[in-house]
Ligand binder design. Structure first.
Ligand code: PGA
Length: 252
């Protein structure tokens, strides 16, 4: 897998028309200034995935979903399965975003079931981890990310772990305008890669993209992406503006 990735998580924003417009704008801006070797992913709300996939050049831009059900199919009113997502043209699924953990009570057990279904459906998980403000203030950030990986990613087999993307998103930096400094982010990314290396070997650890997320903007992306273990970004707010998003992609 290409380690350079920039993914735009639109969260619960846009309507059908604005989603199509935003995807179209990103597509045309990238046609003019595409750095070439960066995998670009748009992650709209569920109802717009198919429309977004339709308006972009999918050889250059990929589409993803923000979540999926923890069950394969059946009587689960309101849920969206990994297989449904795959059938719309999406190739990636965010699993374990801090907003899902915080507001919807998603724990390791639920996330492991989702991971398994996403992988079974040949989709690529973007697995999110990251500490809360009080955990950082108590100096527990390394321990927190290790615990979030232990019963999920670190319990996968070697074949599956090669097929995923990890995103480190300190909760205190998400949507707050506060970004981790490049040094703060790099030391956690290096720690994540060390944990992956201890479990799966350095070769595999070096293949897994580890993205940074949390208030990434055109003004700070370059410094973050220049760190040796930061392979790109998971972008929230700034991905809703086509120009800013494409500036971030061009920050490598
Ligand atoms: P943000 O969100 O860029 O708005 O901080 C990042 C994320 O939650 O993925």
């Amino acid at each position: 897998m290409n380690r350079k990735i920039v993914a735009g998580n639109w969260k619960m924003n846009t309507l059908l028309e604005s989603a199509i417009r935003l995807a179209g704008d990103v597509d045309s801006l990238l046609a003019e200034r595409n750095p070439g070797d960066v995998t670009v992913i748009l992650i709209p709300p569920f109802p717009f995935i198919h429309n977004v996939a339709d308006v972009i050049d999918r050889t250059k831009i990929k589409v993803g979903a923000q979540n999926c059900a923890s069950e394969a199919e059946g009587a689960y009113t309101g849920e969206v399965s990994a297989a449904m997502i795959e059938s719309t043209g999406a190739e990636y699924v965010i699993i374990g975003h801090s907003e899902r953990r915080q507001y919807f009570g998603e724990n390791d057990e639920i996330l492991s079931k989702k991971l398994k279904l996403v992988l079974e459906n040949d989709l690529i998980p973007i697995f999110c981890i990251g500490e809360k403000l009080e955990e950082r203030e108590a100096g527990k950030q390394f321990e927190v990310v290790e615990n979030q990986l232990k019963n999920t990613i670190l319990s996968l087999n070697k074949d599956d772990v090669k097929k995923l993307v990890i995103a480190y998103e300190p909760v205190w930096a998400i949507g707050t305008g506060k970004t981790a400094t490049p040094e703060q982010a790099q030391e956690i990314h290096a720690h994540i890669r060390k944990l992956l290396g201890n479990k799966f070997g350095t070769d595999i650890a070096n293949q897994i993209p580890v993205l940074y997320g949390g208030s990434v903007k055109p003004g700070n992306a370059k410094e973050l992406f220049a760190q040796p273990d930061i392979d790109g970004g998971l972008i929230g707010g700034a991905s809703l503006k086509a120009n800013d998003f494409v500036d971030i992609i061009n920050s490598f």
